[in-house]
Design a protein around this ligand. Structure first.
Ligand SMILES: [Zn+2]
Length: 215
C-alpha cells in the first residue's frame, strides 16, 4: 500500500516517490503527499515529474491512492519522481476543514443537539458546505453568533492534534470532544484566520446548508 505522507506530515509540499504502477493516466506510488478525495475533502492536485495531476482518488476496492494525470505519462514502473502539491489550494482546504469541525460544535451549542449533520459535506479551498437536520423556519440571523464564536475561538491559537489508533484517526481540539476524521488539518486554530458562516441554498426538506468561507 502507498505510504500516506499526507497524514504523517500534512505540511509536506514536495517529496520524492517511486512509481509502483501505471495504468493509462492513473498512477500509483510507493508513498504520496497527495490526499485522495474522501471524508468530504477534495482530492489534491499538483504535479508529478512536471505532469499535471488533476485529481487524486482512493480505489474503492483496494483502497490504493490513485493519481489521475491530465495525459498518459511515459514513465516506467520503478522510476523515481518528484511530487509537488498545489499547496495554496491544499492549505486553504486544510484551514476550512479545520474550521468546519469548530463550527459543527458551535452549531450544536447555538441551535441545540437536534441540529446534527445530515450527510457528508464537501470542503475545498473556497468553501465548506455541510447539511444539517432542521425542520421549519431557520433563524439565520443566529449564524452571526456562530461566526462570532468561531472566530473568537480561532483567534485563541488553540492547538489541533490528530491521533492515530489502529488505523482510526481522531481530530482533537480543546474544549471539544474528539471527533473521528481522516482529513488533513492545520496544527493551530490561529492558522485558519477569519471565517464567515452563512446559510446556503436549501438542500432539501428537513435540512439546511451551512457554508463556511474565508471572511
Ligand atoms: Zn477533519
Amino acid at each position: 500500500m502507498t505510504k500516506p505522507l499526507f497524514w504523517e506530515d500534512p505540511y509536506l509540499k514536495e517529496a520524492k516517490a517511486k512509481i509502483i504502477k501505471i495504468d493509462g493516466n492513473s498512477v500509483i506510488l510507493d508513498s504520496t503527499i497527495f490526499y485522495p478525495r474522501g471524508g468530504g475533502q477534495v482530492g489534491d492536485t499538483g504535479e508529478i515529474a512536471g505532469s499535471r495531476v488533476k485529481d487524486t482518488i482512493k480505489d474503492k476496492e483496494s483502497g490504493e491512492v490513485i493519481h489521475i494525470l491530465e495525459g498518459n505519462p511515459e514513465w516506467t514502473e520503478g522510476q523515481e519522481v518528484e511530487l509537488k502539491l498545489d499547496w495554496d489550494k491544499r492549505y486553504k482546504t486544510m484551514k476550512l476543514h479545520s474550521a468546519a469541525h469548530i463550527v459543527y460544535y458551535i452549531m450544536g451549542a447555538v441551535f441545540g443537539e437536534s441540529c446534527k449533520i445530515a450527510s457528508s459535506g464537501i470542503v475545498d479551498d473556497r468553501k465548506d458546505r455541510q447539511d444539517y437536520l432542521w425542520e421549519g423556519e431557520f433563524p439565520k440571523e443566529k449564524l452571526e453568533i456562530v461566526t462570532d464564536r468561531a472566530n473568537k475561538l480561532i483567534e485563541k491559537n488553540v492547538p489541533i492534534e490528530m491521533k492515530e489508533d489502529n488505523g482510526k484517526r481522531t481530530w482533537i481540539m480543546e474544549p471539544f470532544p474528539p471527533m473521528p476524521c481522516g482529513g488533513t488539518h492545520v496544527k493551530n486554530s490561529g492558522e485558519i484566520g477569519k471565517v464567515k458562516v452563512s446559510k446556503g441554498k436549501k438542500p432539501g426538506k428537513g435540512k439546511i446548508r451551512i457554508n463556511i468561507e474565508f471572511a
